[in-house]
Write a protein that binds this ligand. Structure first.
Ligand code: ZN
Length: 394
């Protein structure tokens, strides 16, 4: 434990050192602190960046994933050079470039019931920068067991949220959310989209809350939820209920154990980026390769793309018509108009092959009985992967 600042440190941290709220004691506290960031994506990058710049002593990074091109618009510590590298190594490299005084420990794993406590116990404050419910409960429960404050952020589309859990008698995540939402109602960034600077805003706020905790300034958002709406430009802080004695996490009759299967409990996990549903029998489906033969042989058919207009405008298959799933109900007539005695086969395509199955289910009973309706298995992503590599993925 360092007890005084070197001349190099005084020069480097001078601007924050002269803040009376930080001072030498605050700076030493920052340098003697260990912070774990779970999730090295859109939130994790700004947290790691500002904590390192501020001189955090030990930074732990958890992520199982590798950097992809589609991450770079929001995960700004990664770069074109580190596409394909593990995210933890990519951030470690960036952090070391920024401040070589920071000790960086990488945990290139999926955080799970079997390793969470062992990893989390080595750190003073934990940042939840993940994007899935199962991991949120896992991190929360581990923090409750170990008595660690948890600075939690999330961002989707144009909206962000921030809360500090388990801080000095404040509520934990389970006090506020006793049970996970139904898996099918959870939207991920890859499905819902996100404006890159939104997680940037929230991640920076998480970094500030962490610095306030380690310097003894106390966080602003314990038992409070901060919401940010980038469309209206508004921040709102909502008071949350206090710690619940009946909470199954931190309450009097806590039921936490190391054997909870979080993925099963939440119905979704950290590594299934897109969940595949299976609604149709084989007779109602066509593979990408089979459809390729149909298209090449010019067999008459109608190809309906049920993605939202904004996605159809990005890319589409030739000769397809766009009827977004949301408007399908009122569009049966439009489809029927395209059909004739010679044309009674309708193929449905979407981005990943889930919405197309829903569409087939809905259309089957609405179109003339002789009509064959099938979905293209795996959607345009599978088409791009297996049939036409030049078809863009987004
Ligand atoms: Zn609780």
């Amino acid at each position: 434990m360092a007890s005084r600042l070197s001349n190099e440190e005084i020069s480097r941290y001078g601007r924050q050192l002269i803040l009376p709220e930080i001072g030498v004691t605050g700076q030493l506290n920052i340098q003697n602190s260990a912070v774990l960031i779970v999730g090295c994506g859109g939130l994790g990058c700004p947290i790691a960046q500002y904590l390192s710049a501020a001189g955090i002593g030990h930074l732990g990074l958890v992520d199982y994933d590798a950097v992809e091109l589609g991450n770079l618009h929001r995960q700004v510590l990664h770069s074109e050079k580190t596409v394909g590298h593990s995210k933890v190594d990519s951030i470690k490299e960036a952090v070391t470039r920024l401040n070589s005084n920071v000790t960086c420990t990488v945990h290139h794993v999926v955080l799970s019931s079997s390793n969470a406590v062992d990893i989390i116990k080595r750190y003073d404050v934990i940042a939840d920068a993940t994007d899935n419910v199962a991991t949120r409960y896992l991190i929360n429960d581990s923090c409750v067991r170990l008595g660690k404050p948890l600075v939690s952020g999330s961002a989707l589309r144009f909206e962000g949220q921030l809360t500090v859990y388990n801080f000095e008698g404040g509520p934990c995540y389970r006090c506020i959310f006793p049970a996970p939402p139904p898996a099918e109602t959870v939207t991920s960034c890859s499905e819902g989209g996100v404006l890159g600077a939104v997680p940037g805003v929230i991640g920076n706020l998480q970094a500030i809350e962490i610095i306030k905790i380690v310097t003894g300034l106390k966080p602003s958002f314990s038992q409070k939820l901060l919401t940010y709406d980038a469309i209206t430009g508004s921040f709102m802080a909502i008071k949350l209920r206090p710690r619940q004695p009946s909470c199954k996490g931190c309450g009097e009759h806590s039921q936490l154990s190391t054997t909870i299967d979080y993925v099963q409990w939440c119905g979704s996990g950290p590594d299934d980026k897109v969940c595949q549903i299976n609604l149709l029998g084989a007779e109602d489906r066509i593979s990408a390769h089979e459809y390729q033969s149909v298209a090449n042989s010019n067999k008459p058919h109608l190809l309906v793309d049920v993605r939202p207009i904004v996605e159809y405008e990005i890319c589409s298959l030739p000769n397809s018509i766009n009827i977004p799933l949301a408007t399908l109900q009122g569009s049966t007539e439009l489809i029927t108009r395209h059909l004739s005695n010679h044309l009674s086969t309708v193929y449905i395509v979407c981005r990943r092959g889930n919405d197309s199955q829903l569409a087939v289910q809905r259309l089957k009973h609405q179109l003339p009985s002789a009509t064959i309706v099938k979905d293209l298995i795996g959607g345009l992503e599978t088409w791009s992967r297996e049939v036409d590599n030049s078809f863009p993925q987004y």
